[in-house]
Write a protein that binds this ligand. Structure first.
Ligand code: ADP
Ligand code: MG
Length: 240
C-alpha cells in the first residue's frame, strides 16, 4: 500500500444468504482524490460503502485504513469519515437546525461550536427552510443540509452515496462545485452515482456491475483508450 492510499479493500465480499452482492472486489481510494463509484441500481454501490464505513459486516475480505487492517475495528474509520446515505441521513421530523444540533451533539461538539455551525448554515440556506421539518423540504435543499451534516465532524474522508439522485441538473451541477471545494480543502471523497454524465467530473472512476469491478481509471484516459466520445458509449461496450 502506497502512502497516497488512504483506504484499500482486498477481496471485499458481501453475501446476503445465497446471493453475493459484492464479489471479492479490490480497489484503493487515494488521498485527496474524488473517486466515483458508478453502477446501475443493484450493482453493489451502497453495500460496498456500508462495508467500508462499518455499517455492514463484511462476509470476507479486508479493509485497510492507512495500511492498517480495520476490518474488525470500524471505529477507526468512523472517526475519520463522514457518510451521506442515499436517503440523506437526516431526521425527517426534525428541522434542519434541530438536525444540526443533534449531529453536532453526537459528534462531540461544544455548545459554542454547535452555535457556529448553525450560523454557518444560516448563511448558506434561507432561514425559512431551516425552521420547517426536513421531510417537507425540496430535494436540493435537503441534499445541501445532508452534506452539511455529514461534514460536521470535519472528516478526512467523505462517503457520499448517490448524493445527486433525485435532484435536477442545476442542483446537481452546484453539488459538484461543493465537492470540488471539499477536495480543495484537502478532503478525500468517494461518491457513488448511477448517472453516466457525472463520471467525467471525478478524478478517477470505478464501474461496478453485478458486484464486480468491470472498469477502472481516469475518465479522460478511459475515453481515449476506448476511443469514445462519452461514458454512455463506453458503458454500452463494457456492459454486456
Ligand atoms: P446499489 O447501491 O448499487 O444500487 P446495493 O448495494 O444496494 O446496490 O445492492 C446490491 C444488491 O444486493 C442488490 O441486488 C440488492 O437487492 C441486494 N441487497 C442489498 N441489501 C440487501 C439485504 N439487506 N438483503 C438482501 N439483499 C440485499
Ligand atoms: Mg445504492
Amino acid at each position: 500500500m502506497n502512502r497516497k492510499d488512504i483506504v484499500e479493500v482486498v477481496n471485499l465480499t458481501k453475501k446476503f444468504g445465497d446471493f453475493i452482492a459484492v464479489k471479492g472486489i479490490n480497489f484503493k481510494i487515494k488521498r485527496g482524490e474524488i473517486l466515483a463509484l458508478l453502477g446501475p441500481n443493484g450493482a453493489g454501490k451502497t453495500t460496498t460503502i456500508k462495508m467500508i464505513t462499518g455499517l455492514l459486516r463484511v462476509s470476507s475480505g479486508k479493509i485497510l485504513l492507512n495500511g492498517e487492517d480495520i476490518t474488525e475495528n470500524s471505529d477507526k474509520i468512523k472517526e475519520l469519515s463522514g457518510y451521506m446515505s442515499q436517503k440523506f441521513s437526516l431526521y425527517p421530523l426534525l428541522t434542519a437546525l434541530e438536525n444540526i444540533e443533534f449531529f453536532g451533539g453526537i459528534s462531540g461538539l461544544k455548545r459554542k461550536e454547535i452555535k457556529e455551525m448553525k450560523n454557518r448554515i444560516k448563511k448558506m440556506i434561507p432561514i425559512e427552510f431551516l425552521k420547517i421539518k426536513v421531510e417537507s423540504l425540496p430535494p436540493g435543499i435537503k441534499q445541501k443540509i445532508a452534506l452539511f451534516a455529514a461534514l460536521i465532524p470535519n472528516p478526512e474522508i467523505l462517503f457520499l452515496d448517490e448524493p445527486t439522485s433525485g435532484v435536477d441538473p442545476e442542483v446537481r451541477r452546484n453539488f459538484w462545485f461543493e465537492i470540488y471545494k471539499l477536495r480543495e480543502s484537502g478532503k478525500t471523497i468517494l461518491v457513488s452515482t448511477h448517472n453516466l454524465d457525472e463520471v467525467e467530473f471525478a478524478d478517477r472512476v470505478i464501474i461496478l456491475h453485478k458486484g464486480e469491478i468491470i472498469l477502472e481509471g481516469e475518465p479522460e484516459e478511459l475515453l481515449i483508450k476506448y476511443n469514445k466520445e462519452n461514458f454512455e458509449e463506453i458503458f454500452r461496450e463494457v456492459i454486456v
